[in-house]
Design a protein around this ligand. Structure first.
Ligand code: ATP
Length: 488
């Protein structure tokens, strides 16, 4: 009965009960009326196509059978099937969350396929499984919903390049750094996940942790030994800035020794949780990384100048003697070589220039944070790992060069400071090195980047940086679950 009819019936009652009055006022509400009207419209519409009639010659034990009619459009079925090697029977292997089969509620993992379009499935290709499936349902049906697990991908994956995936079309591509919501871990090899922020309701297949680890191990072992291929020292930071002073040779060594190729053997997914910094929590450490010459230092300097009471860098250490007017704790912490060697592991990065050591200690970073300010540092990307922990909860921003053309246009009047030639205009080779290094850094360390800022127009990039840092401190953000765990 339409809603207006019910309303008029209630109105016609001479002395309506309190329940009738309440029903009347509920049904009068515009939201409910809109809902009921939508319902009536849907219920009264004829939908195409009309489903075919059930087959007449149903087998005698029909009670154990389920006849399923799925009318497919261009969408994939959203289920994979597998053949039992011993019996030759074909089963539904998995139903993809949010896919056609899942939304229909008609197919379940473990269902045994008996017929497809009236033809026995025996000998049929999986691709031939189409609209009508006659099957024996799996009992008991597993409808248990799992609590989603949120992870950050620490590796790249492309289903089209994976010959082992049961159905490449059902696979999901992801790159290191992507946030994934894992909705199904029933299968030990193939999980189902969505990428966050999730626009698509349909999940995709991804390898489980153990499977992806074994794939990584295989790839790693099958690669020819390459001692230096991943390092392009010239593209890493090289300016002669204060504590960055180090020779080309030391930098190469420090890059090489500090960035072991362990990614192939570490966990491919990192569990993450949503985190919102409370006003009393210490500020998150802000780390800027980027290829040499891209403008990391320029941006950091501008940011600190913008608000020196809020942003601060860490005071570097050096073994060079203090000059007139220099006091320890201002430009530098002046220390002896012996002290540096004692506290070496507590250094984020360090290098040698003209016989003196220069470096940034983890304690210097902590001092800034303890003072209530936001510590903004720029480092080589491999140094991120030394502070990637619950104490610092670092927020890593990758400063990326713009397109080749814009890079050359915007740096037309800029000057580069290098260890070989001080203060000269940029050359083509500098841009090429910068682009190579940016690609390399994204490829190797992209999983640690919370944000990427393209440094095209300096002023714009600086404002983006400023806003991002505010957002980083005010959250919410996904951070490794281990950073919130109470265990050490
Ligand atoms: N968006 C930009 N447009 C024009 N010039 C820029 C831009 N960003 C940076 N520069 C200039 O490029 C030069 C190199 O920048 P900067 O010293 O900050 O490099 P860097 O990334 O810190 O590299 P390194 O550590 O090797 O010095 C500087 O002269 C800087 O002013």
């Amino acid at each position: 009965m339409p809603v207006y009819q019910i309303l008029s019936n209630i109105r016609a009652v001479p002395a309506p009960s309190p329940e009738a009055r309440q029903l009347y006022s509920l049904l009068k509400s515009p939201h409910l009326q809109a809902l009921l009207s939508a319902h009536d419209m849907v219920a009264q519409t004829d939908y195409e196509p009309v489903l075919p009639p059930l087959p007449e010659d149903l087998p005698e034990d029909e009670e154990a059978m389920r006849i399923v009619c799925l009318v497919k459009n261009k969408q994939p079925l959203g289920a994979t099937i597998k053949r039992d090697e011993e019996t030759g029977e074909i089963f539904i292997a998995r139903v993809i969350h949010g896919g056609l089969a899942d939304r229909s509620g008609l197919l379940h993992p473990g269902d045994l396929l008996v017929e497809v379009n009236g033809n026995p499935v025996e000998g049929l290709d999986p691709e031939q499984v189409i609209q009508i499936l006659v099957m024996i349902p799996n009992t008991p049906q597993s409808t248990k919903t799992q609590k989603p697990l949120y992870v950050r991908a620490m590796a790249d994956y492309c289903p089209l390049q994976d010959p082992a995936i049961p159905c490449p079309d059902a696979g999901m591509v992801f790159s290191r750094g992507d946030l994934l919501e894992i909705v199904d871990q029933t299968d030990i090899h193939w999980w189902q996940a969505r990428k966050l922020p999730s626009a698509s309701a349909c999940a995709g297949l991804i390898p489980s942790t153990s499977l992806l680890k074994s794939k990584q191990r295989e790839t790693w072992w099958s690669q020819p030994f390459q001692a230096h291929t991943c390092i392009k020292p010239s593209g890493f930071r090289r300016s002669f800035r204060l504590w960055r002073r180090m020779t080309h040779r030391t930098r190469r060594q420090s890059c090489y020794s500090c960035s072991p190729n362990t990614s192939a053997l570490s966990s491919p997914y990192e569990e993450v949780v949503s985190y919102q910094r409370r006003p009393d929590d210490p500020h998150r450490l802000i780390i800027l990384v980027g290829p040499s010459g891209v403008g990391v230092n320029e941006l950091r300097k501008r940011l600190i100048k913008l608000n020196p009471h809020t942003f601060q860098g860490a005071v570097p250490h050096t073994t060079r003697p203090a000059r007139d007017g220099e006091g320890t704790g201002k430009e530098y912490n002046f220390v002896t070589k012996e002290l540096v060697s004692l506290v070496c592991p507590r250094f984020l990065e360090y290098g040698e220039y003209k016989g003196h050591l220069y470096g940034t200690s983890i304690d210097a970073v902590k001092d800034v944070i303890d003072s209530g300010r936001m510590c903004v540092i720029d480092t080589e990307p491999h140094s991120i790992l030394s502070v990637r922990n619950k104490t610092f909860k670092p927020y890593v921003i990758f400063i990326k060069p713009p397109s080749s053309e814009r890079l050359r246009q915007t740096r037309r009047d800029a000057r580069i400071i290098t260890s070989c030639v001080v203060n000269r205009p940029f050359k083509d080779v500098d841009f090429e090195e910068m682009e190579d290094a940016a690609r390399f850094m994204e490829g190797k360390y992209g999983q640690y980047f919370d944000r990427v800022i393209v440094n095209e127009e300096l002023q714009d990039a600086c404002m983006k940086l400023f806003n991002d840092i505010q957002l980083a401190q005010e959250g919410p953000h996904w951070i490794p679950a281990a950073w919130l765990s109470t265990e050490d």
